[in-house]
Design a protein around this ligand. Structure first.
Ligand code: SAH
Length: 348
């Protein structure tokens, strides 16, 4: 196993068989997982030092036309409370975030049919004009290439669109109403073509996912070379068809994060909110597996609970924008600190 990890460090890739063996071993042999994570941390430190970038997450709408089996915002979830932030409310979040020191705003939401290109363009343009020095990241699901282009021209810089599953059968099983993996990947290609810094990723431990599927996910990420990669454990939501399933495995998630760091040394990799929700030390464990970004919640406090992609999602304390001092304190316990710069890929 040591030899496999060394090979991954040197070549930045491994064949399927080796990846499968390494992931499997990480769930049973703590020493192998530790070795892998140590290598990933060393690589991240070479790239980013001890600074952790922060992104202010604004959850713009909980309306969604999709019916993804795992997600609490799925349209079939009648018990979900829906809300949609207004233009002015989103601008107020940005104002607050800028004051707190955020230089990246992430606008994330369900696929809300009322979010027309025109409405979003005006919003992005307003943010761009008000805060010329921030990065604007969108995470609004699948849209047309035309739409992605218009939003890029309005001033957006980055787009997060996890591929969710590189295995087309698993993808279809999890996303009954979606347009399929092919369309998802075409969206990612379009975003890349337009010039966005692009984020991919997947959950670990969602029902039906095997180790081989994670291997496929990692190989797809290696081929696509995205600038950002989000990986977190699956977290059940009781009002979804997967509500009775167990949460994803912490060790396997950390192993996938560490392998991703070694495959893509300069990628921006968040220690995800799902990790912080799964374990009280999840956020630090992610950083100690090679992650270099955290995304505190900048949504208005009265709607945070309603953006429940899974239950008990952390959005307070160190996961909250107003908790940056506490986050910095926590990072200091492992020798890190918040890096308040914009944190573009390769500082572009
Ligand atoms: N509608 C946008 C944003 C989705 S929410 C889009 O389609 O991209 C952001 C991410 O949260 C998703 O990509 C998914 O991977 C993750 N997510 C959703 N439900 C989850 C759950 N139950 N557990 C863990 N992660 C989840």
């Amino acid at each position: 196993m040591k030899e496999l990890v060394e090979r991954l460090v040197v070549n930045r890739r491994l064949d399927n068989e080796s990846l499968r063996a390494l992931l499997t071993e990480c769930t049973t042999d703590a020493n192998v997982l530790q070795l892998l994570r140590d290598c990933a941390v060393r690589t991240a430190r070479e790239q980013f030092g001890l600074g952790i970038y922060i992104r202010g997450l604004i959850e713009v709408s909980s309306y969604c036309r999709c019916d993804c089996l795992y997600c609490g915002l799925r349209r079939s979830n009648r018990s979900a409370e829906r809300y949609r932030l207004t233009h002015d409310e989103i601008m107020a979040c940005c104002r607050e975030g800028y004051k707190l020191g955020f230089r990246t705003f992430v606008l994330q939401g369900g696929e809300d049919g009322t979010h027309t290109d025109r409405w979003l363009e005006e919003l992005v343009r307003d943010i761009r004009q008000s805060y010329p020095d921030v990065a604007i990241t969108l995470s609004l699901g699948e849209r047309s290439e035309e739409s992605y282009r218009a939003l890029y021209e309005a001033g957006a810089n980055r787009y997060l669109l996890r591929h969710e599953a590189a295995n087309a059968d698993l993808y279809d099983a999890l996303h009954p109403t979606a347009k399929g993996l092919k369309n998802r990947l075409e969206c990612l290609e379009a975003l890349k073509r337009i010039g966005y810094q692009v984020g991919m990723g997947m959950m670990i431990g969602v029902k039906g996912q095997t180790i081989d599927d994670i291997v496929e996910d990692l190989q797809l990420i290696g081929r696509m070379q995205p600038q950002m990669v989000g990986i977190g454990p699956f977290m059940p939501h009781s009002s979804t068809p997967l509500g009775g399933e167990p949460a994803g495995d912490l060790r396997l998630t950390l192993a996938a994060v560490a392998i991703t760091r070694l495959m893509l040394p300069s990628a921006l990799i968040p220690s995800t909110t799902a990790l912080a929700t799964l374990s009280p030390i999840g956020r630090l464990e992610g950083i100690l597996s090679g992650a270099n970004v955290v995304m505190p919640n900048l949504s208005p406090s009265d709607i945070r609970a309603k953006y429940a992609i899974y239950e008990n999602k952390a959005s307070w304390g160190k996961e909250a924008a107003e908790g940056l001092a506490a986050l910095d304190e926590e990072l200091k316990t492992i020798g890190y600190h918040i890096d308040y710069s914009r944190g573009d890929f390769n500082n572009k």
